[in-house]
Write a protein of this length. Structure first.
Length: 95
């Protein structure tokens, strides 16, 4: 298993329950694929450097997890089709 880090930028106008449900959904996907979420950090609303899909603010979330090499691709596939996710980036953490 490898260590990964995913930064999500969600729509800032989402209700807290919806936002928490989205985060739990992605944590659940990691668990379903056989991985473990080490840490989930909410950085809150921040102004975006440029407008994305008519949004000037985003809600930043950082997920640290360990998983096999197919899990990040599945996560990114699901984030790509979710309209509430403005941007995402997954990187392999150095040990």
């Amino acid at each position: 298993m490898r260590a990964y880090e995913t930064m999500l930028v969600l729509k800032a106008d989402l209700e807290e329950e919806t936002r928490d449900a989205l985060i739990a959904k992605y944590e659940g996907i990691v668990a379903k694929e056989g991985g473990t979420v080490q840490q989930s950090t909410k950085y809150g609303k921040r102004k975006l450097a440029y407008e994305i899909n008519k949004n000037r603010e985003g809600f930043y979330v950082l997920l640290n997890f360990e998983a096999n090499n197919t899990t990040p691709a599945e996560l990114e596939r699901l984030m790509k089709i979710d309209d509430n996710v403005l941007r995402y980036l997954t990187v392999v953490k150095e040990q």
